[in-house]
Ligand binder design. Structure first.
Ligand code: SAM
Length: 270
């Protein structure tokens, strides 16, 4: 008998992974978490029925959510990652040789399972510059600061992540940044959920001088087209060249990822 995991992208569209086996199924305090071993994508992390990470294509998401904001900053020393318990964003942030990387993940179970089943992603935790805090990122930014770059690598804006897309949170983010600080956040599929990216950008524009959307192409995320938003009080441009190895990100992509298809721009006018 064949085993499949299907993620529903709409009530009528789904993406299926043929799986070898279910490695884990845990109901944590916050979420329903599965880890599957797939045929084509290596191990797969699923939270509340939604694909979070696969071993095969995780580099695309993690490089783009990290290198774009990190290279916008001239010299990022202290980095905060909200969510991102798998460790992938921290792994990429370390390539910039920061002094400290802080990861604030609400669900300790995500960290535990990532260490066990995604060692290539979670290896960042072995680096002494990485500090893990188990807690709510919304509360954390009220009481901590002095960051150069803050990356919001969260689940979609439901459940514990809902408040991570609100103006009040963005104001607290700004207070948690040093002057010239940069913020980036994942904000969903512009094809299926154009409102999510547009709302994040317009809320951030209330708080920061500049906010721009950018895109990446991620095979296992709904529609394959994924959006991110970057915001700062400084002009958004690349201030450093890449001196480390990547598989998706290039310096040419920094600019091209911010060139939006017409339907994405138009959906923000509604
Ligand atoms: N890196 C992943 C990927 O490749 O798509 C992104 C998913 S990562 C596993 C998202 C994490 O955000 C989840 O582990 C979830 O527990 C966490 N999270 C959601 N809301 C949060 C909050 N308010 N504070 C901190 N972490 C939160």
């Amino acid at each position: 008998m064949e085993l499949w995991f299907d993620e529903m992208h709409t009530p009528n569209v789904r993406l299926g992974f043929r799986i070898k086996r279910e490695l884990e199924h845990v109901r944590s305090e916050y979420q329903d978490i599965h880890v599957f071993e797939t045929y084509d994508y290596g191990n797969l992390l699923v939270i509340d029925g939604t694909v979070q990470t696969t071993e095969r294509d995780e580099y695309i998401y993690h490089e783009m959510i990290v290198h774009v904001p990190m290279l916008t900053h001239p010299n990022p020393r202290r980095v905060l990652i909200i969510g991102g318990g798998d460790g992938g964003a921290a792994r990429e942030a370390l390539k910039h040789d920061p002094e400290e990387v802080h990861v604030v993940e609400i669900d300790e179970m995500v960290v535990k399972l990532s260490k066990k089943y995604f060692p290539g992603i979670a290896r960042a935790y072995e680096d002494p510059r990485v500090n893990l805090h188990i807690g709510d990122g919304i509360e954390f930014v009220k009481n901590n600061g002095d960051f150069d770059v803050i990356i919001i690598d969260s689940t979609d804006p439901v459940g514990p992540a809902a408040g991570l897309f609100e103006e009040e949170f963005y104001r607290n983010l700004k207070n948690a940044l040093r002057p010239g600080g940069v913020v980036a956040q994942q904000c969903g599929s512009p094809f299926y959920n154009p409102g999510e990216a547009c709302k994040a950008r317009s809320e951030l524009q209330k708080v920061f001088k500049y906010a721009r959307l950018y895109l990446a192409y991620i095979p296992t995320y709904p529609s394959g087209m994924w959006s991110f938003v970057i915001a700062s009080d400084e002009v958004i441009k690349r201030r450093r060249d890449t001196k480390f190895s990547t598989r998706y990100y290039t310096d040419a992509l920094y600019d091209s990822s911010m060139v939006l298809p017409k339907f994405v721009e138009e959906s923000c006018k509604d």
